[in-house]
Design a protein around this ligand. Structure first.
Ligand code: ATP
Length: 315
């Protein structure tokens, strides 16, 4: 009932002009992009070009999402989420509506991208995701509701971005929004406390979902079931050590998970481009066992292979 009320209040046809009460920004709605639990997102045209405009009658949720977007902008390097343009109110014919505008992120969601471009992309995109998560966690936030619909692959070059920051929570609190399949509480594998390991569990579930596009429900012992699902898919099974550690809360940082994932990806020389393969073979011949030198070399090799791997796909 509540939802219908706000939905009706925030529903406007293309062409509607929104004028900011406090900052005077003018936006014309182009089309609806989607609606969530508390608002509607439109593609709009402002004086500086296209923008995504989220409106809601709930000022608290708008303020809290704006705060998350501000935190994203503090993240080192490019923001993993949409950059915030401005926040304002609009005195609409149906009363005051709160809104903010942000970068319009164009591209397919994660699952659509994988369906179109193949599973060879899974590793690299998850590495990118872990990179973004590491930065977010360092700023003291947990993303929370990680699912394919909240991840857009923009580009080229393909780059994974977060949308829908409604579930992003300060570390140490209770997770605000979650989706059963990606929630460790649902699988009986941990609490709903916002902390890095919560996101890493969801990341492992994202990987599983990319190989099992049809989500499956929990039957009996969640832990046993997930281990079985991983083991019975040959492509997914090679990620087994990393997946199990992430599912069972053994990683306390996305960085560590990323490093171990990169190790597995660098082992996959059969799929690597030929120059990468030659490089890897050369390095293996030179390899001296059991030393720090070896660890450094493996890491370097991993980085080089990763760069070549990406490069080969951009050609
Ligand atoms: N910055 C953006 N760029 C492009 N599309 C966006 C952007 N933000 C949101 N969208 C689109 O608008 C839809 C609605 O977004 P919104 O954040 O309101 O909620 P949701 O993800 O559908 O649901 P909920 O918040 O309930 O989890 C998204 O699914 C996405 O398709």
């Amino acid at each position: 009932m509540m939802m219908n009320t706000w939905k009706t209040q925030c529903k406007f046809p293309p062409g509607t002009v929104i004028t900011g009460k406090w900052h005077g920004g003018i936006y014309q709605l182009i089309r609806e992009l989607g609606s969530g639990a508390n608002g509607i997102v439109y593609l709009a045209k402002g004086t500086k070009g296209h923008t995504a405009l989220k409106m809601s009658i709930d000022s608290l949720s708008i303020t809290s999402e704006v705060n998350v977007l501000k935190a994203f902008s503090k993240v080192q390097g490019d923001s993993p989420g949409p950059s915030l343009h401005e926040m304002d109110d609009w005195e609409s014919p149906r009363g005051r509506i709160h809104f903010y505008t942000m970068e319009y992120i164009q591209g397919p969601d994660l699952l659509t991208f994988i369906r179109k471009n193949g599973q060879t992309w899974v590793g690299i995109l998850i590495v990118q995701l872990l990179d973004a998560l590491e930065k977010l966690h360092q700023e003291g936030w947990t993303f929370g509701d990680l699912k394919p619909e909240n991840l857009i692959v923009s580009g080229p070059p393909p780059r994974i971005r977060f949308i829908d920051v409604g579930g992003t929570t300060i570390n140490g609190r209770a997770i605000k929004e979650f989706t059963e399949f990606f929630d460790r509480g649902y699988w009986g594998l941990g609490s709903r406390k916002s902390e890095p390991s919560y996101d890493l569990f969801s990341t492992a579930m994202l990987m599983i979902h990319m190989y099992y596009p049809k989500k499956f429900a929990k039957v009996g012992d969640g832990k046993k079931q997930l281990v079985q699902q991983i083991g019975s898919h040959p492509e997914l099974a090679r990620f087994n050590p990393v997946l199990q550690k992430a599912l069972f809360g053994k990683y306390d940082s996305a960085k560590r998970m990323k490093e171990e994932l990169l190790m597995i990806l660098s082992e996959r020389q059969d799929k690597a481009p030929s120059y990468a393969k030659r490089y890897a073979t050369r390095q293996q011949k030179k390899k001296k066992s059991g030393s720090l030198k070896e660890t450094v070399m493996v890491l370097l090799l991993t980085i080089v292979l990763y760069a070549l791997y990406i490069y080969s796909y951009l050609l």
